[in-house]
Design a protein around this ligand. Structure first.
Ligand code: GCU
Length: 139
């Protein structure tokens, strides 16, 4: 199944700003996390059924220092300190991926900065909840 895209600028933002001054983002902008521990972006992600899902975060980090973030799902830690290493420039966007378990229906997927540098600039989250697509011609 195709991934579902959630734009960071449309998510719930705590201690960050929507900006668009570095090119290459999708949608209308990206989130610039405040440079502090605990700043976060929370997405409301829908899964058709409970199970494993791949989360792909698209981000830029124009520094040479990793900006790890902890990923929680519905308030429970799923991935501690997912790495968001430097991408070479604020206009160079790469992805960081992790696998989590989602509940059926709506899930709160939060990415929280764990260092005083804050998070990277976050463009979007793609959620691939997997599953088996229907097979053509099957009764
Ligand atoms: C620069 C850059 C911002 C970035 C910030 C940071 O100011 O222009 O887009 O968010 O550095 O270090 O977080």
């Amino acid at each position: 199944l195709a991934a579902t895209t959630y734009q960071a600028e449309s998510a719930t933002i705590s201690h960050g700003l929507v900006e668009s001054n570095h090119s290459g983002y999708t949608g209308s902008g990206f989130v610039n996390y405040d440079n502090e521990t605990g700043s976060y972006v929370e997405f409301s992600a829908t899964a058709p059924a409970a199970g494993s899902a791949t989360l792909t975060f698209r981000y830029a980090n124009g520094t040479t220092t990793n900006r790890p973030m902890t990923i929680t799902v519905n308030g429970v830690t799923a991935t501690t300190n997912l790495a968001f290493p430097g991408t070479g420039a604020w206009t160079t966007w790469q992805t960081a991926t992790t696998t989590v378990t989602l509940a059926a229906g709506t899930n709160r997927v939060r990415a929280t900065a764990t260092t005083s540098n804050g998070g990277p600039n976050l463009d979007k989250l793609d959620v691939d909840a997997g599953g088996t697509p229907p097979t053509t011609g099957r009764p």
